[in-house]
Design a protein around this ligand. Sequence first.
Ligand code: 13P
Length: 251
Amino acid sequence: MRKPMVAGNWKMHGHRATNATLLDAIVRGLPTGIDAAVYVPFPYLEQVSALLATTPLTWGAQTLQAAPSGAYTGEVSAQMLVEFACRSVLVGHSERRALFGETDAQIAAKFVAAQAAGLQPVLCVGETLAQREAGQTEAVVASQLQAVIEAAGVEALSHSVLAYEPVWAIGTGQTASPAQAQAVHAFLRQQVSRLAPEVALGLRILYGGSVKANNAAALFAMADVDGGLIGGASLVAEEFLAICAAAAHTR
Ligand code: 13P
């Protein structure tokens, strides 16, 4: 019922020459039956939009500025992303929260600005290891989600995607177990369901954090895991394609 989605977050990686090779290989091997997307650094949006325009692989940016224009040196607005035919944008990635000090309020404003421009936000939530060990996982992800629901309204989630990315699993090779991922995904869906059951039913919740070809199928087999947000493995065509294939086979 929910179409699986596999999203590659390139983070600050890429080169003009290798981007073309990587994307060409991905497009050739992409299975049907899933939504696949890549989130690339801003300078590559023009190249990526040209390379992917006639393909089923969609693209987006990794963050945006909530303000529409103005004196925001270094920032990029939602409308600018639309000019490069982005369909969606990552919002609230843990690296943005931790390294660039983005607050729940700023992230909620970015979510609203993205939607106002017609972009689908992919809202990332997740707890640190210290928070998990202190038993705060549910409280942390609930408050990250709640900030967006308060700003945008629960119905806005039906035009978005949620991504659960436990900080301790990102780039560490330490994946959440399928049961750990499922527990948090089910909790997140239930948080939405209390307010809007239909929105919750249709909401895709991706898992991110050291997803690889060899663990994707077990994660995607979980009832509330609707695909993945992939970092390192999205930079290797065979790995990314194997993860896409795993997603295509789970439904
Ligand atoms: P890794 O897959 O490299 O752990 O990164 C996950 C992530 O942060 C995707 O947004």
